[in-house]
Write a new protein. Sequence first.
Length: 181
Amino acid sequence: VSFFFKAPWTTASELVSFSTLYDNRKLLHHWLLYTTLGSDMDGTFLPGIGTHIGDAAQLLAGWAVGGNDVEMPADVALRLPPPGSGVMIEWHFYNSGGLPEMDGSGIEVCVEPQGTRKHLAGMTWLGTENFNGPVGMPPKTVSEFSGTCLPSRTGVNEPDPIHIFTLWPHMHSYGRGMRSV
């Protein structure tokens, strides 16, 4: 389920920490926070399947089962869209109980004024969301899917190094192995 909001920060800001506010832990699988094209959907929600192939959503932050709250290094902040931009939080739930369940989980993000910290970071996907189209991965076979990491270089020159300070590997019920090269 995707919930759309107008970004609540009123001045240019950068994200310095985020945490998950749990309600129904047996349902919540993961959440992802994205920018969206505009703030005209403020206060609305839509069901979905969680793929973003071909749209302009940019990942800002995320959490999955087994993950922790995130506090950025003291000299690093995550890039955020300008005040008034559209943001979307996408909740992925697993309800294996067969009966309707309620959840009121939330997220908390802490921001600082833009430029407060020396380094600006961005989230980058490594891999793919295209797992053999609507057919999906074939059962009981080894499947290989790959993608290319294209880090955002906003404010960074092409020859300048990038620094990776964490990876958040994520698989669902049937995954048995993963590697990043």
